[in-house]
Write a protein that binds this ligand. Structure first.
Ligand SMILES: [Zn+2]
Length: 87
């Protein structure tokens, strides 16, 4: 699960939505004014990194535990699996 931020030009507000990459939307309803908020690159993605990093680790086979040890390993894994990079 990834945190996405959506910017509303009507009220200058930010609405956060946590969802998978498959479920992400370009526009969601603004939490503040009910207007249309457009997805932006989140500057706070690091805040949720431990969760999705652990999710990625859990999906690995037990005998390959330790394959992903840091961000570089994860990037390599995502590239190998054809997973879209974010942030
Ligand atoms: Zn708004």
């Amino acid at each position: 699960m990834i945190l996405y931020e959506h910017y509303c030009a009507q009220c200058d507000g930010i609405t956060e939505e946590v969802c998978s990459m498959d479920e992400r939307k370009q526009f969601i309803m603004c939490d503040h004014c009910g207007g249309s908020a457009e997805r932006i690159i989140s500057s706070q993605i690091e805040r949720v990194e431990p969760t999705w990093l652990n999710d990625a680790k859990r999906q690995l086979q037990p005998d390959s535990r330790g394959y992903i040890n840091d961000r570089n390993d994860l990037n390599a894994h995502m590239k190998k699996e054809g997973i879209e990079q974010i942030g």
